[in-house]
Write a protein that binds this ligand. Structure first.
Ligand SMILES: Nc1nc2c(c(=O)[nH]1)N[C@H]1C(S)=C(S)[C@@H](COP(=O)(O)O)O[C@H]1N2
Ligand SMILES: [Mo]
Length: 556
C-alpha cells in the first residue's frame, strides 16, 4: 500500500511539473497559451447543452469554479494513475501522461486566435513531465528493491512495529563506531530503514526528487499562474473598453496616400504588424481602471490623472510615424499609426513647470524612462500626446495599454514611453532616460531617411517597366523630395504619394525601365528644411543610423 501511495505521489508531482512548466513558458509565450483554461474552455464548448444547463442549475454563478474543481479532481486521479502505472508497468504511465497532456495541447491549439506556437508551453511541459515520471518511477523501484532485499525488512510498511534491535546493522554507514553494532539508537528505525545502507540512499534519492519536483512545481506554477491570470484579465478589460471619439479628428488619410504597389509598406501600419521594441521580458499588465498618471518634480502644482479623467478630456487624433533609433538603414523598426490622445502640453500648463526645468522624464510601470525636452512638449505646433488609442482601438497591451506617450519627430527611446505612469519635470543635468547611460544620446531627433521596399530582396525582375518604390520620413519636418539613382546614372525624382501631414512617412515610386544585367539602385530624401540625406554611413548608436539605402538587383 505504501509503495502505491508513493507511486501515486510521483505521478502527481510529475503532472504538477507539466502544468507548472507550461504555465511558466506561457508567461513569455502569452497567457492564452496556458493549457489550464484552454482545457476548461474546450470542455465548456464540447459539453452538450443539457449538461451545461444542469451545471448552471446546480452551481449557479459558481459553475466555472465547479467545472475547474471537477477538472482538477479528474486530472489528479489520472496523474496518480499514471504514477501507479509507470511504477508497475513502465512505460504505460508515461503513455497516459502523454495522452492527457496531448488533449491539453489539442485544447490550446484549437482555441480561437491560437497561433503556431500556442502548443509549445504544453508540449515542453509534457516532455519534461514524462522524463520526470520515468525517473521518479525508476527511483521508487530502486528504493523498493533495496528495501525488500533483506528478509528482515521484507515488510517495510510494518517496520515501525518491528523492534529495531532485530536489525543490528549500523543505522549510519559512516558511523564511526562500527565495533558497537548494538549501540542503541535513539532514533527509532525509520519506516524505510532497511538493513543495507543502499536502501536509505535509494529512499532519499526518490524522496528528494519527488519533493523537489512537487515543491518547485507548486511554487513556480502558482507565481506563473497569477502572472498569466493578470495578463488575461488586462486583455479582457482592454476588450471591454470603448474609446471616446476624438473631439479633434485627424485629417483623413487621403486616398492618394496608398500607391497600391505590391510589397510596399502600407501607409497605415496595422497594429498586428507594428514593430515592437521594449525592455519588458513580460508585457506589463496595467488595468485602465486602476491606472493613474502623476505629474511631479519641478512643478508648481502636482497633478494626478485617472483613466476616467483622461478619456473625459477632449481627445485629439494624429497620424504619427514612430521610429526606433536602432533601425538600420533599410530596416523595419518603424511604423505609422493613427493615435488618439490628449496633448501633454495642456497638462503641463496645468502643472506649471518651474523655471530651470528642461526635461520631462516619463516613467513606465516597468521602470523604463525616457527624457524628452520640455520645450518640445510645450511647443504648440508639435504633436506630443498621452495616447490611449492606436488605429481606432485601445492601445494593444504590448504597445503600452492603457496609456503611452507619442511625440512626433523623436525616436521612441527618448519619447514614446509605454505603460506610462509618471511625468517628472527635471533637468538634463540632473536626470537621464533609460538608454542614455547605456551609450545612446540624451537627445534623439529622428533623422531624415528613406527606404526601398520593392523590388524585394531576391525578387526576379524582368526587363521592362518596373516600379522601384518605398517610404521616406522626416517626422515633424516633412519630406520634400525623394530621388533614385540607378548604377552611376543621375539622381532622378521619384513620385511622392499624398500624406495626412508632415508627421508621417510618405510612399514614393520611381518608374524604372529595367535593362538586363546587374544593377545597383539607391535612394535619398530631402526634407522640407532643405536637408538632403547624407551618404555618410553611421550605425544606429548613439543617435540613429544614416546613409543611403542601396539594393542590388539582377534583371533578366
Ligand atoms: N515602457 C517602455 N516603453 C518604451 C520602451 C521600453 O523599453 N519600455 N521602448 C521604447 C522604444 S526604444 C521604442 S522604439 C518604442 C517602440 O514602441 P512600440 O513597441 O509600440 O513600437 O517604445 C518606447 N517605449
Ligand atoms: Mo527604440
Amino acid at each position: 500500500m505504501r509503495w502505491k501511495l508513493w507511486a501515486a505521489a510521483a505521478g502527481l508531482a510529475s503532472a504538477a511539473a507539466v502544468l507548472a512548466i507550461a504555465e511558466v513558458i506561457a508567461v513569455f509565450a502569452g497567457a492564452s497559451t496556458s493549457p489550464l483554461f484552454a482545457v476548461g474552455s474546450l470542455v465548456i464548448d464540447l459539453a452538450p447543452p443539457g449538461v451545461k444547463d444542469l451545471v448552471i442549475q446546480l452551481f449557479g454563478t459558481g459553475d466555472k469554479a465547479a467545472l475547474l474543481t471537477l477538472l482538477g479532481v479528474i486530472v489528479a486521479v489520472l496523474a496518480a494513475l499514471a504514477g501507479l502505472l509507470e511504477w508497475r508497468r513502465t512505460p504505460f504511465g508515461v503513455a497516459l501522461l502523454v495522452l492527457v497532456s496531448g488533449v491539453a495541447v489539442l485544447a490550446v491549439t484549437t482555441r480561437s486566435g491560437a497561433g503556431a506556437l500556442s502548443g509549445l508551453p504544453t508540449v515542453v511541459g509534457m516532455i519534461a513531465g514524462a522524463l520526470l515520471l520515468r525517473m521518479l518511477a525508476q527511483r521508487l523501484r530502486a528504493w523498493q528493491t533495496a528495501a525488500t532485499r533483506t528478509p528482515a525488512t521484507a515488510a517495510p510498511a510494518r517496520v515501525a512495529a518491528t523492534p529495531a534491535p532485530t536489525t543490528p546493522a549500523p543505522a549510519r554507514v559512516a558511523a564511526p563506531a562500527p565495533t558497537t553494532p548494538a549501540a542503541p539508537s535513539l532514533t527509532p528505525a525509520g519506516p524505510a530503514q532497511p538493513a543495507a545502507g543502499a536502501g536509505r540512499v535509494d529512499r532519499r534519492r526518490f524522496l528528494v526528487a519527488t519533493g523537489v519536483t512537487a515543491v518547485a512545481a507548486v511554487f513556480a506554477g502558482v507565481i506563473a499562474r497569477s502572472m498569466n491570470a493578470a495578463a488575461s484579465a488586462v486583455t479582457a478589460a482592454r476588450e471591454a473598453i470603448t474609446l471616446p471619439t476624438a473631439a479633434t479628428p485627424a485629417p483623413a488619410a487621403p486616398a492618394g496616400a496608398e500607391l497600391g504597389i505590391d510589397g510596399l509598406a502600407s501607409y497605415i501600419t496595422p497594429n498586428a504588424d507594428f514593430y515592437r521594441i521594449d525592455t519588458a521580458l513580460q508585457v506589463p499588465s496595467v488595468d485602465a481602471s486602476t491606472w493613474s498618471l502623476k505629474i511631479t518634480g519641478m512643478v508648481e502644482q502636482e497633478i494626478e490623472l485617472s483613466w476616467n479623467d483622461l478619456v473625459a478630456l477632449p481627445l485629439e487624433e494624429h497620424p504619427v510615424t514612430l521610429a526606433c533609433v536602432s533601425n538600420e538603414v533599410g530596416g523595419d523598426l518603424i511604423g505609422n499609426a493613427l493615435w488618439l490622445g490628449y496633448p501633454i502640453r495642456e497638462l503641463l500648463a496645468r502643472a506649471k513647470p518651474l523655471a530651470g526645468a528642461d526635461m520631462v522624464l516619463s516613467r513606465s510601470i516597468d521602470g523604463f524612462t525616457a527624457g524628452t525636452p520640455l520645450e518640445v512638449l510645450q511647443d504648440p505646433d508639435r504633436v506630443g500626446i498621452l495616447a490611449v488609442g492606436m488605429n481606432g482601438e485601445p492601445l494593444p497591451v504590448e504597445h503600452g495599454f492603457p496609456v503611452r506617450v507619442v511625440v512626433a519627430g523623436l525616436y521612441g527611446y527618448v519619447s514614446a514611453t509605454k505603460w506610462v505612469t509618471e511625468l517628472e519635470l527635471t533637468t538634463f543635468d540632473e536626470s537621464e532616460g533609460y538608454w542614455t547611460p547605456r551609450g545612446w544620446s540624451a537627445l534623439g531627433p529622428v533623422k531624415t531617411e528613406s527606404r526601398i521596399d520593392v523590388p524585394r530582396v531576391g525578387a526576379s525582375v524582368a526587363a521592362g517597366s518596373t516600379p522601384i518604390a518605398g517610404v521616406a520620413w522626416a517626422q515633424h519636418t516633412g519630406i520634400q523630395k525623394v530621388e533614385v539613382k540607378v548604377d552611376d546614372g543621375p539622381w532622378a525624382d521619384a513620385r511622392l504619394a499624398d500624406t495626412a501631414g508632415i508627421d508621417t512617412w510618405v510612399q514614393w515610386v520611381y518608374d524604372w525601365d529595367a535593362t538586363p544585367g546587374d544593377h545597383t539602385v539607391s535612394v535619398r530624401a530631402t526634407d522640407r528644411s532643405g536637408y538632403t540625406q547624407t551618404p555618410d554611413e553611421a550605425s544606429p548608436a548613439p543617435d540613429g543610423a544614416s546613409g543611403w539605402h542601396t539594393r542590388t538587383l539582377s534583371v533578366s
